[in-house]
Design a protein around this ligand. Structure first.
Ligand SMILES: *[C@@H]1O[C@H](CO)[C@@H](O)[C@H](O)[C@H]1NC(C)=O
Ligand SMILES: *[C@@H]1O[C@H](CO)[C@@H](O)[C@H](O)[C@H]1NC(C)=O
Ligand SMILES: *[C@@H]1O[C@H](CO)[C@@H](O)[C@H](O)[C@H]1NC(C)=O
Ligand SMILES: *[C@@H]1O[C@H](CO)[C@@H](O)[C@H](O)[C@H]1NC(C)=O
Length: 961
């Protein structure tokens, strides 16, 4: 549902180019119109004399008098009229962290200006930015971009732009107000973007009739879609996604004959898809995550190229022609109530088809690959029957095939597993039989054939695949031995061969195994090989229900990462080596085996370990329910509203004397226990001036304790979630657990305070800014590569640690703004408690409104609605890319990850991704950066299954040294 203009491709990565092209086209053709009424030219030399005044704000390395103004960073000049004099027409000062309003005094004199881009700065108040009386620039300005600032006052302060055509105020803090009163003051407005503010009330309908693009996504607009909106006959882009809109959509689209993109995702709209939507220009329509019902209109894809109707209540069958229209690119009907069969005829251009989570029956049509373009095919969790058609092997571009949880039978036809581009193959939970094929795509990273009826042996070639990371064959009837080629597997992280009929001994295993190795419920014999002890990253080892005999090798004691060892029901003897206290050990059913550890599968430890199993199961079962930590986060709009409300920090000292319900020290360290005073902490919170950082969900205050030492106090802006149904106790327990974590790259709370309506956490104060400040802050010093690399390593270490905790810790908001620096190269991951607070289970609506920060949100969150480790890996990949490129996670409306992926397709363009200011410093740096780039790109892979686990990422980063 991240259907905003500013990240158009979060859910449709592949369309990036198209959408970009569309916008490029738009902006290219924009400026001509007003050129005629422009005032007499202000020569560039004169502009330079005015603008030089700003060099102290912008930086003398960018704007200085030794370079002509037209060559200054962010300044564009154009030859004006027939004369050949240059004038300054565009100024772009994006992402300089500027908050100093004095720059406007000078910019206002540049009346030749057509385009002003001040996005990603820190302006707070529109009011005095453009004093009407003295700002000549306003008269000719065509395009104004103030997106991603901290503007929070009234929009009414923005008026007097008679020529303005493009206004972008997205990602600010504009509050609830009656917009309609102001939007009329831009008579030539063509493009208005108010996305991601805090606007409430009705959709405004007082804009100029010329309006062609309206983006209002990510606010809290409510009510139904007003009829008056259909008076804007020039509209080509209408994005109302992620609001609180309800009711039926007016059937008036014949009044919008130029509509190209319509995004309604993530609201509560209901009723049928309106019949008048058969607009010939409409190429993209997304209405996912609403309550639309009724049938899928037969004509909907006649013009639409990208259709997303997933997560609605549509029923009936898929119209026979729906998928066949020429030019169709992507259809997503996941999670509706569709019945009937899959249409026979598919468009040649269709590259993504998702029909999972319906009640579709019948066979998979033989013609499904006639189109040849399919890259993503997901038909899982339906009632499909019959054989898998061998024609699927004709889909040469297939990279993800998910047919899991159907009633498919017969063999897996030759040629499918070896499709060259195939990365993920999921066929689990069907009734497939016959042998496992012997040839595989070299790209294959996930192969799941579990819970079928496959027979024969495990093909030894499967372990020669360089990229295979997950192999799950459990619950079949596979016999023979485990191929010895497994020792040479390079990427295998998780192997499950349980519940088969395997015989022979356990061979030397791949040392990359880390998540789990499950060989249980087979007929394996011989002794446990001592070299299993070299699997120092393995967390779960299950060898139960085999015929293993002999002693348990003492080398197993060196498996440092082990959390669970299951040896039950074998014929083992001797004694179990000594493990860490918290390792769960199960040796039942081995008459001669003695466990000297205190931790023999006792009730208390079992209770703790369960989540781990749950996690693994959840990763394999689509649509699984909530695990202790893997959260099915489906968040109510009402929840996000509450978050927004508490974000308003209106605290005066009087209001501030909050009654402390519970203040509790977690740390045992006497330095802290004697220093921390809860009342002092609360006093600090009363004073606005103590705020030193605000993240998406938290506000940090600096507090000086009576003994002079300084602490950070963090206010949780989503505190209200903690107080629902007396959740305080649960929260307190979870914070206690987090407080016991010890990792130098993770911010661990020392104490917490609960008041009547808020929650606060106390930390050591060692704050030297965030990674975002370091990379994109006002200080213009270029950070060298060794520092960036050690930040990457530190964050990877912290995140690997959190993912490896007994009670998995997932991050809701992982970005360069939530990573604090203790020093230039000592990063610490902050805000680790969020996934414990934001109770997902009772939420509905749009996930992406709360799932972290735009630019870091993995594409699949829009569909899966739950936090995952793979999702965190994606966010980490974006952080790596920021370190490599020096660019922010979103710039000019394009997500960094998407941009890097699009460039990386051509090896000769990879250079261009890197920050040349550092990659050029030495050959060694350059080659190391390229290796890290490869890691970053694998982390931001579109398919979550294709992303490496953090453990592996960390290892790869080390190897890149
Ligand atoms: C230059 O800036 C200073 C303050 O920053 C201001 O007082 C002065 O008037 C400015 N000069 C011009 C020519 O804008
Ligand atoms: C002056 O600005 C130019 C272009 O913005 C830059 O390349 C140059 O290094 C700057 N000069 C100084 C002395 O900072
Ligand atoms: C300058 O601004 C105009 C008007 O918005 C725009 O069309 C043009 O592409 C811009 N040029 C550059 C080089 O950014
Ligand atoms: C498309 O819309 C027009 C006008 O509303 C209508 O007359 C026509 O029958 C519609 N066509 C289809 C295929 O529904």
């Amino acid at each position: 549902m991240v259907e905003r203009r500013y990240c158009p491709c979060v859910s449709h990565g592949g369309f990036l180019m198209l959408v970009l092209l569309f916008f490029l086209f738009f902006f290219h053709h924009a400026p001509m119109a007003a050129a005629a009424d422009a005032p007499p030219p202000l020569p560039a030399e004169d502009a330079q004399d005015i603008l030089i005044n700003l060099s102290s704000v912008v930086g003398t390395n960018r704007w200085n008098s030794s370079t002509p103004v037209c060559d200054w960073t962010g300044v564009t000049c154009t030859r004006s009229g027939s004369g050949s004099s240059l004038v300054v027409t565009n100024i772009t000062l994006s992402n300089y962290g500027i908050s100093n309003r004095s720059i406007f005094a000078s910019i206002c004199h540049i009346y030749t200006l057509q385009s002003l881009d001040l996005s990603r700065n820190s302006f707070t108040d529109l009011g005095d930015l453009f004093p009407t009386s003295s700002c000549r620039m306003k008269e000719g300005l065509l395009s104004l971009n103030l997106s991603s600032n901290k503007l929070s006052h009234s929009l009414s302060d923005l008026s007097g732009f008679p020529q303005l055509e493009v206004l972008d105020l997205s990602f600010n803090l504009f509050p609830s107000e009656n917009l309609s009163a102001y939007l009329g003051s831009f008579p030539r407005l063509r493009s208005l973007n108010l996305s991601s503010n805090k606007l409430i009330g009705d959709i405004p309908v007082s804009m100029a009739g010329s309006l062609a693009e309206l983006v209002l996504s990510g606010n809290q607009f409510s009510g139904s879609i007003p009829l008056a909106l259909f008076n804007y006959g020039n509209l080509s882009l209408l994005d109302l996604s992620q609001n609180d809109l309800n009711g039926a959509v007016p059937d008036e689209f014949k009044s919008l004959p130029k509509l190209q993109t319509l995004l309604l995702s993530g609201n509560n709209l209901s009723g049928k898809i309106p019949p008048s939507l058969n607009v010939t220009t409409l190429t993209r329509f997304a209405a996912n995550k609403n309550s639309f019902s009724g049938l899928i209109p037969t004509w909907i894809t006649k013009h639409v190229r990208m259709l997303d109707l997933s997560y609605n209540h549509l029923n009936g069958s898929i119209p026979p022609d729906l998928l066949s229209h020429p030019g169709l690119q992507s259809v997503d009907l996941t999670s509706n109530m569709l019945e009937g069969t899959i249409p026979n005829s598919l468009s040649r251009s269709l590259f993504r088809l998702r029909l999972g989570g319906n009640k579709i029956g019948g066979n998979i049509p033989n013609s499904i690959c006639d189109g040849m373009s399919l890259a993503y095919l997901e038909l899982d969790n339906n009632q499909l029957m019959g054989n898998i058609p061998s024609e699927l092997a004709k889909c040469k571009k297939l990279s993800l095939l998910n047919l899991a949880s159907n009633q498919l039978q017969g063999p897996l036809p030759d040629g499918i597993s070896s499709l060259e581009e195939l990365v993920v193959l999921k066929l689990q939970n069907n009734s497939l039989n016959g042998h496992i094929p012997n040839t595989f795509s070299a790209s294959l990273s996930t192969l799941n054939l579990s819970q079928n009826s496959f027979t024969g042996q495990i093909p030894s070639r499967v372990f020669e695949l360089q990229k295979l990371s997950t192999l799950d064959l459990h619950g079949n009837n596979i016999s023979g031995g485990i191929p010895i080629s497994i020792s040479s597997s390079k990427s295998l992280i998780e192997l499950n061969l349980g519940y088969n009929a395997l015989t022979g001994t356990i061979p030397t295993m791949a040392t990359t195994l880390s998540t789990s190795l499950n060989l249980s419920h087979n007929y394996l014999s011989g002794s446990i090989p001592s070299n299993l002890g070299s699997l120092i990253e393995l967390e779960i080892l299950d060898l139960s229900y085999n015929n293993l005999s002999g002693e348990v090798p003492s080398s197993l004691g060196s498996m440092q990462s082990l959390t669970q060892l299951v040896l039950s029901y074998n014929h083992l003897s001797g004694s179990v080596p000594i493990f860490r206290q918290d390792v769960e050990i199960d040796i039942e059913g081995n008459a001669d085996l003695i466990n000297g550890n205190g931790n023999n599968n006792s009730i208390s430890t079992t209770g703790k370990k369960k989540p781990h199993n749950v996690v693994i199961i959840i990763f394999t079962i689509a649509g699984a329910v909530v695990g202790l930590c893997v959260l099915a986060v489906i968040v109510m709009m009402s929840l996000s509203k509450r978050i927004y409300r508490v974000e308003d920090e209106g605290l005066s000292t009087g209001e501030c004397v909050s009654h402390i319900i519970n203040g509790h020290l977690i740390t045992m360290n006497s330095i802290h226990t004697s220093a921390i005073e809860f009342m002092k902490a609360m006093e600090a919170v009363c004073n606005h001036q103590n705020i030193f950082l605000k993240t998406r969900f938290c506000t940090y205050y600096k507090a000086v304790m009576p003994n002079g030492s300084t602490y950070s106090v963090k206010k949780l802006n989503s505190s209200d979630k903690i107080f629902q149904n007396g959740n305080q106790e649960k929260f307190a327990r979870e914070i206690e657990v987090l407080g016991k974590l010890t990792n130098s790259n993770v911010m661990v709370p020392l104490a917490y305070i609960l008041t009547v309506d808020s929650a606060y956490l106390i930390y050591e104060h060692a704050y030297k800014g965030t990674v975002s400040d370091l990379l994109h802050g006002e200080k213009s010093d270029v950070i060298d590569w060794p520092s960036r690399y050690s930040i990457a390593l530190g964050v990877a270490q912290g995140l690997t640690f959190l993912h490896g905790c007994t009670q998995l810790v997932l991050l809701l908001d992982l970005s360069t703004r939530t990573i604090h620096l203790k020093s230039t190269n000592e990063p610490q991951i902050g805000d680790i408690e969020l996934c414990k607070i934001i109770d997902p289970s009772r939420s509905t609506g749009s996930f992406s409104t709360i799932a972290g920060t735009v630019g870091y949100i993995p594409p699949e969150y829009a569909y899966t609605m739950r936090l995952t480790m793979a999702g965190n890996v994606y966010s980490f990949g974006v952080i790596l890319l920021e370190l490599l490129t020096g660019k922010p996670s979103v710039s000019n409306g394009t997500e960094l990850a998407k941009w890097a992926l699009s460039l990386s397709a051509r090896p000769d363009q990879r250079e261009q991704i890197l920050d040349t200011r550092v990659s050029g410093t030495s050959i060694a740096v350059h080659s190391q950066m390229l290796s890290v780039l490869n890691i970053a790109l694998s982390c931001v892979a579109f398919s979550p299954d294709a992303r490496p686990k953090m453990r592996n990422v960390l290892r790869m980063l080390f190897n890149a040294k």
